[in-house]
Design a protein around this ligand. Structure first.
Ligand SMILES: *[C@@H]1O[C@H](CO)[C@@H](O)[C@H](O)[C@H]1NC(C)=O
Ligand SMILES: *[C@@H]1O[C@H](CO)[C@@H](O)[C@H](O)[C@H]1NC(C)=O
Ligand SMILES: *[C@@H]1O[C@H](CO)[C@@H](O)[C@H](O)[C@H]1NC(C)=O
Ligand SMILES: *[C@@H]1O[C@H](CO)[C@@H](O)[C@H](O)[C@H]1NC(C)=O
Ligand SMILES: *[C@@H]1O[C@H](CO)[C@@H](O)[C@H](O)[C@H]1NC(C)=O
Ligand SMILES: *[C@@H]1O[C@H](CO)[C@@H](O)[C@H](O)[C@H]1NC(C)=O
Length: 817
């Protein structure tokens, strides 16, 4: 458990006034960065003391702040807290009862602080504690009484640092059973034998013992002996193994039949390697691993060729550096070492070739991992040998992270591995796929992720159960793979899900980080067996169908589970929903049922329109409008005529005595009675020649100018007549035509052209004011203001009628004379 001292950029953050926990003035501060699962991440917050956090918090990350003290009250009330992380602060003092209320605490990290002494009381109430990290603090001893006494459930313990000098018997009393045990004791000077011996059963042990291995071999031996058990994997860190003597501490371990030995950050010479192999001669060691190893020698290890390492099953080397790479000898002498292991990994170690003769030594090899090296197509041919006998047992080949370009080369080379099931050729530079390729018939797993493929072809073996094509430039997929269970297509350019019919056995599909716009029920249904889908981080168009579908799928309806969580599904468009998690989008009815909405609103508008129309028609609004317009127009032309008359000065003489307005239906009366009577008066009737002088009448039938607008004609007729006679009857009231005339004359009258006498009403049939429809208010008004003449049905009274009419028509003249 090595903790990165990489909190230095936190210091940068401190300089910025970015402190996301707001200071509340009195020096106390709060941190509100808690998520829905009550996990509060107050890391990198610039806090100088423990901030106030909700008491319901389950995990509290206070790492990488500048807290220097934890007082007795700081964490009071945090009974539910399960995990507390204080690493990377400046803690120098912790109140003895600071953690007393944390009786649920399972995980406590105090690493990378300034604690110069441990206090046994800190941990006395933490009965639930399972993990404790005290690394990288400046205490030199654990102190007494033993600090971990009450931690009955402790399973992972890490302590020590550059200052740790002393470990005594009883320091770890109370600690009995650990899954992981880490001690940084690079500068350990005093060790009381047996101090670590009581911990059993013991899982993985990690020890940093740099100085003891150089200067105090007895101490190193004692420590190593106390933690060595056959089932306990041991990792040793920071060792510098130079000569014969520096490997002697392993003698005790060898005697205790150590089986899993790892080195991390190791520097080793040839002599030390040979002597280590000698020390481990005959030991049932199954796994030897070196992570971060510097080989200072030339690889001359054959002096140990007599030793027995038949039990070694796995060699793991990562990040190896050969100081003297040009003088490094071949491994040809290492048959005694290489013929046994079934697993060999040489990762990120600048291997550009493994010569064929070396490969031939690896007769038991089933698993070969040469990832992240410098292999090319050419050296791969050499490494895998072009014969059928080499690496016959190979089942897994991992050559990811090499500069390989030709897919047909690798396919040809691996065909001979008749047991090969896994091939990892990810992170290579394959840019195209041949149209067909040979493969071993056993191949089940193929990883070509992180290459530069743009298309797929039938080159892909149909025996595949797992295929990883993520992080390429693929746009589509058309190969049928009948037994495929897992397909990974993330990080490509897919616009839609591949057709499910191609993968009748597919159970898992990942297609994140593509350009999918949407997918739906029918897409998923085409995959008959699909259970797990990860399709987040795409460019989703949040249409109603998609949102509804996804929300129900997230809820767990349907057979397919979305494994990558609700928050990965975010709308990309429409713009107003961009960045919104699809699961939390609410689309309105207007958006979702647009057609229905539009039809309904159109229907409604139409209905309202019709209703309004009917209403207006019932209220005769159109008629009024028509009238107003006609009147305005007529006014205009009348004014024109007036002007002309003024200019011509022909004002005096009006050509007609009266304009007769009547309904067409009453034409017979007008023609048979009115016109003869007034225009051609009988001698009989006339005692007074003056009164019986013929009158000139204006009748629309006779005197209107053809081709002129009717309203104009009416207007001018009224203007050119001294009087207007209205022949009122049911017919008149019914006729639009007559209404015009009435109205014009009426406007005329009230415009003051002539006096109120200008209109004469003749009632052809008895017509009371109330029979006239209400909207003819003018006619009604006229009827009440003007006396009207009634046409008598009896013959004998008609002479009287004519006399009255003539009198009315001449009324003005007689007075003038
Ligand atoms: C808190 O956030 C930091 C980055 O700011 C992250 O490294 C850390 O893992 C987070 N801690 C938890 C418990 O999620
Ligand atoms: C590796 O070990 C050396 C001592 O041999 C030490 O100085 C160095 O810091 C270690 N490196 C790491 C990354 O721990
Ligand atoms: C290494 O040291 C041991 C004991 O100190 C001795 O028995 C052995 O012969 C030495 N081996 C070599 C190769 O010097
Ligand atoms: C071991 O190597 C020596 C040379 O260092 C050689 O003489 C001897 O034959 C080898 N023995 C075996 C068993 O390979
Ligand atoms: C191959 O190696 C890479 C990197 O070391 C690793 O991520 C991958 O899981 C390995 N593949 C297999 C099949 O073990
Ligand atoms: C394929 O390889 C990549 C990179 O080496 C790795 O991250 C990924 O997990 C592998 N895929 C599978 C399905 O193992």
């Amino acid at each position: 458990m090595r903790h990165p001292t990489g909190c230095h950029f936190a210091l940068l953050l401190l300089l910025l006034p970015l402190s996301r926990g707001q200071d509340s003035g009195d020096g106390g501060s709060t941190c509100n960065r808690c998520d829905s699962r009550l996990s509060c991440n107050c890391s990198h917050g610039g806090f100088t003391r423990v901030p106030v956090v909700t008491e319901r918090a389950l995990t509290l990350d206070l790492s990488c702040n500048i807290i220097s003290v934890v007082t007795g009250d700081d964490l009071a009330g945090h009974a539910p807290l399960r995990a507390l992380d204080l690493h990377g602060n400046r803690l120098a003092a912790i109140h003895p009862s600071a953690f007393d209320s944390l009786w649920s605490l399972e995980e406590l990290d105090l690493s990378d602080n300034r604690l110069a002494a441990l206090h046994h009381q800190w941990f006395s109430k933490l009965a639930a504690l399972q993990r404790l990290n005290l690394l990288s603090n400046p205490y030199s001893r654990l102190g007494s009484p033993a600090p971990f006494q009450g931690l009955v459930r402790l399973r992972r313990l890490a302590f020590g640092g550059p200052a740790l000098e002393e470990l005594r018997r009883g320091d770890l009393s109370g600690v009995t059973q650990l899954e992981e045990f880490t001690v940084h004791a690079n500068n350990l000077a005093r060790y009381e034998s047996g101090a670590l011996a009581d911990i059993w059963p013991l899982g993985h042990v990690t020890l940093s013992l740099h100085a003891p291995f150089l200067t105090n071999l007895a101490l190193a031996s004692a420590v190593l002996a106390d933690v060595t058990y056959p089932e306990t994997p041991i990792t040793l860190e920071d060792l510098h193994l130079i000569g014969n003597w520096s490997v002697q501490p392993f003698r005790d371990s060898a005697r205790r039949r150590i089986r899993y030995l790892s080195f991390r950050n190791l520097s080793v010479s040839d002599e030390a390697t040979v002597n280590l192999l000698v020390v481990l001669n005959g030991v049932p060691l199954t796994s030897l691993s070196m992570d971060g190893v510097t080989l200072t020698g030339e690889g001359r290890w054959e002096k140990a060729n007599w030793t027995d390492h038949r039990s070694v099953d796995e060699f793991f080397i990562r990040d190896a550096v050969v100081l003297n790479v040009f003088r490094f000898v071949s491994f040809l002498q290492l048959r005694f070492l290489l013929q046994y292991p079934r697993k060999v990994s040489v990762i990120n170690s600048e291997v550009f070739v493994m010569p064929c003769p070396t490969s031939q030594l690896l007769v038991n090899l089933q698993y070969l991992d040469l990832s992240d090296n410098l292999l090319t197509d050419l050296t791969l041919v050499e490494t895998l040998c072009d014969d059928t006998e080499t690496l016959k047992e190979l089942r897994v080949l991992n050559i990811s992270g090499n500069a390989l370009k030709s897919l047909s080369t690798v396919s040809r080379l691996v065909t001979k591995f008749s047991k090969l099931t896994h091939l990892d050729i990810s992170r290579t530079v394959y840019s195209s796929m041949p149209s067909s390729c040979p493969w071993p018939s056993t191949l089940r797993y193929l990883n070509i992720s992180g290459a530069k493929l743009t298309t797929t072809t039938p080159c892909l073996p149909i025996t595949l159960e797992v295929l990883d094509l993520s992080n390429n430039n693929l746009r589509g997929f058309t190969q049928r793979l009948p037994v495929l269970r897992e397909l990974h297509l993330s990080g490509n350019k897919f616009l839609s899900l591949p057709p499910g019919q191609l993968f009748p056995s597919l159970q898992t599909l990942t297609i994140q980080l593509n350009t999918l716009n949407m997918f739906g029920h029918s897409d998923l249904q085409s995959f008959r067996r699909l259970e797990n889908l990860q399709a987040g981080q795409n460019k989703f168009v949040c249409s109603c169908d998609f949102v509804n579908f996804l929300q129900s799928t997230l809820k767990g309806d349907g057979d397919v589970q979305l494994r990558d969580g609700e928050d990965s599904y975010v709308c990309d468009s429409p713009l107003y929903l961009q960045g919104e998690p699809v699961g939390r989008v609410h689309l309105s009815v207007v958006v979702c049922h647009r057609v229905v909405f539009v039809s309904v609103s159109c229907g409604l508008a139409l209905f309202v329109g019709v209703l309004l129309g009917v209403l207006l028609w019932r209220l005769h609004v159109f008629w009024y409008l028509k009238m107003t317009w006609a009147w305005l127009k007529a006014k205009h032309s009348s004014r024109r005529r007036q002007k002309r008359r003024d200019v011509e000065g022909s004002e005096a003489l009006l050509p007609f005595d009266a304009f007769v307005s009547y309904s067409e239906r009453d034409a017979s009366w007008v023609e048979n009675f009115l016109v003869p009577e007034l225009e051609e008066p009988s001698e009989l009737d006339s005692g007074n020649p003056r009164t019986s002088r013929p009158l000139t009448l204006c009748l629309h039938k006779r005197d209107f100018l053809p081709g002129h607008w009717i309203v104009d004609n009416i207007m001018s007729a009224i203007e050119r007549s001294r009087r207007t006679v209205f022949v009122l009857s049911e017919n008149f009231v019914q006729s639009d035509w007559c209404r015009y005339e009435l109205d014009f004359s009426h406007f005329w009258l009230f415009d003051g052209q002539a006096g109120g006498e200008a209109a004469i009403l003749i009632l052809l049939e008895p017509l009371s004011k109330d029979d006239v429809p209400k909207r003819f208010c003018k006619l009604r008004k006229l009827m009440s203001s003007t006396t009207y003449l009634e046409w008598p049905q009896e013959e004998e009274r008609r002479a009287e009628f004519w006399r009255s009419l003539r009198k009315a028509l001449r009324g003005g003249d007689e007075e003038d004379d």
